[in-house]
Design a protein around this ligand. Structure first.
Ligand code: NAD
Length: 496
C-alpha cells in the first residue's frame, strides 16, 4: 500500500473499553486529536472508577479459575493466535499507529507493528522452552534434599503505557504478563488509544476467554491510571512513561507493597571517538537523535564528539539533518512526522527558547516548519542541533523528548565517561569507535541499562531491558520478564 492509502483506512470513531470479553462505553469521553493536522480522529471513552473495578474483578476471577490453570503449551498457543490475529490485520494496525502518532508509514510497518507481533511470539516461545533452577543439598545429619524452583503467576497485572511507541510498548508488557499466566488490565496512553482498541478486537475475534485481557481507556492522574494503581486486587504494576509518573505510581502502590517494574525517562548520550567510522557514526547519531521525531526513550539528546573531528562532525550531521523530510506521513518519502500533540510541542518549543537563553548556538532548526497545507495545524517542529552549552545547562540535563540534540567536544576517554555518567538518568548510551577494546572498556563504565557499540536501537527481546537512576528499575526481556511476572517458589524435597 502507498503511504497515502493509509489515510483512507476506516478506523473506529468511538473507542470503548474491553472488559470481561465485551466492549463497553462510558458516559464521559474525550477527543483523540490527530497530531498531523489537528483534526478529531475519534471520541474515546473515559473509564469511571466502577469500570476500572469491573475490569480488575473480571481479571481476578478469570485468573483464578481459567487462565492461571491452563497448561503452558495452551497459553503459548493463545499467544501465537494473538500474534496471528495482529498479522491478519497488519495494515489496520499500521493505519491506527500512523493516524494517532503521525509517524512515517515505513516505521510503523517495519518497527511498531512487527515488534507488536514479535512480542507475543517471543514470550510464547520463552515459556515453551523455559527451564528452572535445581540444587542438591546435604545436611550435617546426613540428610539429602533436592531443591527446584517453580514459577507461578502473580495474579492480576496492571499495564500502563505511554504514547511514543504505542503498540510496541503496550504489547511488550501485555505479552509477557499473559504468557506467565497472569490476567491483565491495561491502559494505553490517552494520546494513542487506537491500536490498543484494535488489539482488543483481535482478542475478541480469536475467542480469548473473557477477562484474560481487559482494556480501559482514560487519563492518568485522578483517573483510570491512578485508580488502577490503587486497586487492592492488582498484584503488580508494569509501567512505561515519565520518571515523575513512576514516582507517583510508586507512592500509590506503597501501602499495598505491590510489585512494580518501571521503564522511565532518559537523557541518553552518544559518544563518538575520532577513530570511529565517520559516516557510520554520523548516520547512527542521525538515527539515534531524530528517529520518531526524537520521541523514543532511547534517543540521544547528548552527543559528545572527540575534538579532532568535532567541527567536521557538526557540519556533516547538520547536512543530513537538513535533508530529513519533515511532513505528513501520508506523503511519499517523509522521514520525520509531528510530535504527539500541540501540548508536547509547547514543551519542546519551551526548550528551544531556553537553549538560546542558556547561550546555545543553533546549528540548525529551532522553530516550527511551515507547509502551506493542513500540516500547519499539526504539531511539527524542526529537527534541531545545538552546540556551545555547558554540561550543566538545563537543555543538556533534562529530557526534552523531541528531535533535538546538543553536540559537545571532548578530549579524553575518562573525561567523557564522567560526563556521560554525570546525569540523573541511566537508560541507554551509544559508543562509536573502531577500537573495540576501548568500546568494551567504556561500555563497562557507563551507568546505563544498555550500551550499544557502533549500533543503536538493536533489541534482542531475550536480553534484559531497563534503566538505572531516574530511568527506572527492574529489567524485562527474556527470563528477566519471567522473574518479574511470576512468583518464584522454592520446593525442597527430602530424598534420603
Ligand atoms: P506519562 O508518564 O505522562 O504517561 C504514561 C502513562 O501513564 C499514560 O498512560 C498516562 O495516562 C499514565 N499516567 C499518568 N499519570 C498517572 C498516574 N498518576 N497514575 C497512573 N498512571 C498515570 O508518559 P508519556 O508522556 O506518555 O511518555 C513519555 C515518557 O515515557 C518519556 O519520559 C519517555 O522517556 C518515557 N519512556 C520510557 C521508556 C523506557 O523503556 N524506559 C520507553 C518509552 C517511553
Amino acid at each position: 500500500m502507498s503511504p497515502n492509502a493509509y489515510a483512507q483506512a476506516a478506523l473506529p470513531k468511538r473507542l470503548q473499553h474491553f472488559v470481561d470479553g465485551q466492549f463497553i462505553d462510558s458516559a464521559d469521553s474525550f477527543p483523540n486529536i490527530s497530531p498531523i493536522d489537528g483534526s478529531e480522529l475519534s471520541q474515546v471513552a473515559e473509564a469511571s472508577k466502577d469500570q476500572v473495578d469491573a475490569a480488575v474483578r473480571a481479571a481476578k476471577r478469570t485468573q483464578d479459575g481459567v487462565w492461571g490453570s491452563l497448561k503452558v503449551s495452551e497459553r503459548a498457543d493463545w499467544l501465537y493466535r494473538i500474534a496471528d490475529g495482529i498479522q491478519a490485520r497488519f495494515d489496520d494496525f499500521v493505519a491506527a499507529e500512523v493516524a494517532d502518532t503521525g509517524r512515517p508509514v515505513s516505521q510503523a510497518r517495519s518497527l511498531d507493528i512487527t515488534r507488536g507481533i514479535a512480542n507475543f511470539r517471543t514470550f510464547a516461545d520463552l515459556i515453551r522452552t523455559a527451564n528452572s533452577e535445581f540444587y542438591e543439598t546435604s545436611t550435617a545429619d546426613g540428610g539429602e534434599f533436592i531443591n527446584y524452583v517453580t514459577h507461578k503467576p502473580l495474579g492480576v497485572v496492571g499495564v500502563i503505557s505511554p504514547w511514543n511507541l504505542p503498540l510496541l510498548l503496550f504489547t511488550w508488557k501485555v505479552a509477557p504478563a499473559l504468557a506467565m499466566g497472569n490476567c491483565v488490565v491495561a491502559k494505553p496512553s490517552e494520546e494513542t488509544p487506537t491500536s490498543a482498541t484494535l488489539l482488543a478486537e483481535v482478542m475478541r475475534d480469536i475467542g480469548l476467554p473473557p477477562g484474560v485481557f481487559n482494556l480501559i481507556h482514560g487519563h492518568g492522574g485522578n483517573a483510570a491510571g491512578e485508580w488502577l494503581t490503587q486497586h487492592p486486587d492488582i498484584d503488580a504494576i508494569t509501567f512505561t512513561g515519565e520518571s515523575k509518573t513512576g514516582s507517583a505510581i510508586m507512592k500509590a502502590v506503597a501501602d499495598g507493597v505491590k510489585n512494580v517494574s518501571f521503564e522511565l525517562g532518559g537523557k541518553n548520550a552518544a559518544v563518538v571517538f575520532a577513530d570511529a567510522d565517520f559516516e557510520a557514526a554520523v548516520d547512527g547519531v542521525l538515527s539515534s537523535s531524530f528517529t520518531n521525531a526524537g520521541q523514543v526513550c532511547l534517543c540521544s539528546e547528548r552527543v559528545y564528539v572527540e575534538r579532532p573531528i568535532f567541527d567536521r562532525f557538526v557540519v556533516a550531521l547538520k547536512a543530513k539533518t537538513e535533508a530529513l523530510k519533515v511532513g505528513s506521513p501520508y506523503d511519499e518519502g517523509t522521514t520525520t512526522g509531528p510530535l504527539i500533540s500541540k501540548g508536547h510541542r509547547e514543551k519542546v518549543l519551551s526548550y528551544f527558547r531556553l537553549a538560546v537563553e542558556e547561550g546555545a548556538t543553533v546549528v540548525t532548526g529551532g522553530g516550527v516548519p511551515s507547509f502551506g497545507n493542513v500540516c500547519d495545524d499539526g504539531a511539527f517542529v524542526q529537527p534541531t542541533i545545538w552546540t556551545g552549552l555547558p554540561d550543566t545547562a538545563r537543555c543538556v540535563t533534562e529530557e526534552i523528548f523531541g528531535p533535538v540534540c546538543h553536540i559537545a567536544p571532548f578530549d579524553a576517554e575518562d573525561e567523557v565517561v564522567n560526563r556521560v555518567n554525570d546525569s540523573a538518568y541511566g537508560l541507554a548510551a551509544c559508543v562509536w569507535t573502531s577500537n573495540l577494546t576501548r568500546g568494551h572498556r567504556v561500555a563497562r563504565q557507563i551507568e546505563t541499562g544498555i550500551v550499544w557499540i557502533n549500533a543503536w536501537f538493536v533489541r534482542d527481546l531475550r536480553t534484559p531491558f531497563g534503566g538505572s537512576k531516574l530511568s527506572g528499575f527492574g529489567r524485562e526481556g527474556g527470563r528477566h520478564s519471567m522473574d518479574f511476572y511470576t512468583e518464584a517458589t522454592n520446593v525442597c524435597v527430602r530424598i534420603g
